[in-house]
Design a protein around this ligand. Sequence first.
Ligand SMILES: Cc1ncc(COP(=O)(O)O)c(C=O)c1O
Ligand SMILES: N[C@@H](CCCC[NH3+])C(=O)O
Length: 450
Amino acid sequence: MTQLTAPPASTAAVGAHDALGSPWPASARPGPGGDLLVGGVGLAESAERFGTPLYVLDEAEVRARARAYRRALPHADVLYAAKAFLCSAMADWVAEEGLGLDVCSSGELWLAVSAGFPAQRILLHGNAKSPAELRLARRLRVGRIVIDGPAEIARLAALVAADTPQKVLVRVVPGIAAGHHAAVRTGVGGQKFGFPIDGGDAAHAIARVLDQPGLELVGLHCHLGSQITEVGPYLEAVDALVRLMVEVRDRHGVELPELDLGGGHGIRYLPGDEELGLAEFAVRVTDRLAVRCAESDLEVPRLLVEPGRAVAGPAGVAVYRVLSVKHGSDGRCFAAVDGGMSDNPRPALYGSPYSVRLVGRRSEAGAARVDVVGRHCEAGDVLVRDAVLPADLRPGDLLAVPAAGAYQLSMASGYNLVGRPAVAAVRDGRARLLIRRETVEDFRLREVGR
Ligand SMILES: Cc1ncc(COP(=O)(O)O)c(C=O)c1O
Ligand SMILES: N[C@@H](CCCC[NH3+])C(=O)O
């Protein structure tokens, strides 16, 4: 194992009070016996109680983040992007904190409405909404649908009677590159989402939507990409969308009342990472919108934002058990854990960095560089490359990964029939199971023939 002299940086920063900027929930505190308390409950204690891999969600962190959005943007509609992570409890928390919900499938829509989320506060996205999905959305009376492709205009219009119009937005592509990886940059041409503004596709789609008596065009939408840490791209998006709104007014005599800037707000994965500053975002975007509208004598539209990662991500911690520690021929040390790319595909998909720390025991050993790898049948199944961990790391140890609340479980797969982890919520010193672990029996239960 490569010994390091510096203290293990990834184990140093814990609470949000940390000067470096911490990826851990604000409630994170050192606990007894080397445990780490989140929401007042030890991670090791929860791992013993619920098993591993375990995803722990800090309810207060989700609620505080949702509330911070409402406070920073009191005149905007804030819709939590369910794709980051959704379960009934999550739907309750964001509903109670006054957020709406952005869903992008009948699965997300059905789960939210079954959990009691008010359908009028739901907005449906999707670049390939099926006729059945659109019918479900209409039947459940979702508040808004974002039109993302030409076929959807007639498909949706056919489902809607003129006397019960459907509020819709048109998703446009402003030609702005932002986001942590090419796979998530959706504000530019050459990708599958939306109608490009350049070349006139967006203007054409808007004209077609305005021609449909059952469709009430309430605004324009764009989503630039994900894990964006600067406000600049959003200001450019405001410019581009307001320009298009002015064109719509001048050409059709219609002032659109809503402008949806999508999500994409970046969070910290490593200590010291930049995150998107919510206060700065709120002030600069709101000001820019007011200025651009005033320049063209346009009524200021209501702002919509759809943060997913920034609400759920920092509230989640993944806890794994080390099953094996081994040294490669080049001296590299591998600590293999009981989860991996099936519960967190992000490192394999995007090369996403994470930090990790030992929990549940104190170590006096020095620091070592370790690759924390998963249990799947791929050499690329590496969860944290070059992690700094105690040199005496051994099988049975527990490792905790912060910033695990978004795009991990929601992108989890059934690879190797390992089964998806359990999810527990913590709050005020108590833990409760939200989602049970997927068992081997669950796989067989879906089979209906042989
Ligand atoms: C249309 C739309 N809105 C909102 C989001 C949420 O993004 P994030 O979780 O990065 O805030 C996404 C995903 O990137 C999206 O595609
Ligand atoms: N899955 C991506 C984000 C996709 C956002 C959906 N539009 C990530 O983890 O970064």
